[in-house]
Design a protein around this ligand. Sequence first.
Ligand SMILES: [Fe+2]
Ligand SMILES: [Fe+2]
Length: 500
Amino acid sequence: MIIGEERPFTGLILFKSITVFVLNYLILLGIMLLMVFFNDPAGYSQYLADNLFMLFFTAGCLFLLCWIVYLYYFFDKRNFLTEMKNIWLVFCILDVSIIVCSLCGSYISVYARPAAMLALLTLFLVGYRDAIFLNVVFSVAMFVLDVFVDYQTYVATGMTNEMFSAFMISFIGGMFAVFVGNSAKTRGHVLGTGFVISIPTAVIILLLKVTDYNNLDGWNLLQSAGFGLGGSVFSAILALAFLPVFEGLFSVLTVFRLRELTSPDAKLLKRLKAEAAGTFNHSMTVAQLVESCASALGENVELARAAAYYHDVGKLRQPDFFTENQTDHNLHDELTPELSADIIRSHTKDGYDLITAYRLPRFFAEVALEHHGTMPIKYFYAKALRMSDGEINIENYSYQGPKPKSKIAAIVMIADACEAATRSLTDRTPEKVEKAVRSIIQERMDLEQFSRCEITMSELNVIKETMVSALTGLYHHRIKYPDVRFTRGGVEDKGGKADG
Ligand SMILES: [Fe+2]
Ligand SMILES: [Fe+2]
């Protein structure tokens, strides 16, 4: 998925985005010529000279298709066009898919084409709607290219069974891939998607072959259906092979990468668990709360949860100075409040540096840096006030920001504070939890912590309600069981006592 902040669509961006589209259109034309070469390496120049009019017609069709893609993003997702690498990503997926499908068509069979590869790659790297739209564009583009590359046959016999099948396989197989693959959360699920889409693909091939009943040949029928099955599974295998390449080249975070980064084997999380167990547990709880809120707001749940896992990794530098990792001895007792505040507030910057050093996604680093905004560290500020008789500069006792830039960072900020506040509550009835959550959100609003992110009042309200219900669920009031002990002599009743 593409993570991008809202940027103004200036005249310069309009010019740059159109230029990148034109460049990519020219690359597509190059691929078209390459396809003609693959089809007939010996006579390709003669072929082009003989079909010059068709060459211009195909080039015009491809131009219109590119223009339609531009208009889709311009009217539907303009922010997408503000990052040139997004445009390159879409065209790279398109180019790779066209080349692989053409090679398969030329050297194996049109039925064996991994036609759903584009749909799967776009789904995981760009988005759901983009995958549906680009699959249509890809199917039409492949059809236009197929007709051009094999124009002599088209002139002689009209549209062949293969051409029609190839179009239907791309379109239907791709659509199935988007719908089925959308729920895939592991690489194994993607492979499963390949098997699922092989069914409609084989049905299309069989139906089209049966309609040509005059030339029906059992072996050919089976072979074509087999190619169709293979092509579908091959789509999933190739998508899995290309995913890490695109993830790395375009720094895109897919659901699979996010899962890997939140698995118990993730390097930095392993270190957090070993060196700061308290912070690790706190981060897991915060992640649960963030997940519920992100889901309620329609934000990316996997991304939000992963960012929450890493929000406090900066505490690894000096874990023993943070309450959740302390046992009986408080190291702050030996320090001045100013020095204590300095150690505490440095964990945001340390987290940013550590996440960057581990080459983890930039978004995680930003959330770590922003999750306390410019909030004061009340405990040490109050301690300093008690110890001094003059004025205290609150800035020396506040986090240095910046304030949250994304909704996810704002959710992490609220969840982080709510988790700590609820943990210290002795009475965790829904009313008390609601009061604590409300006051945390209100305090942050009063201190303008959400001024950099586009979060609305109603969204803050949704966060509050979700947070209260998640926290009361998490620290639910244990029911009282009678303290009964079974002994050899019978049952011993010690009266009612809270369950531990
Ligand atoms: Fe923190
Ligand atoms: Fe935290």
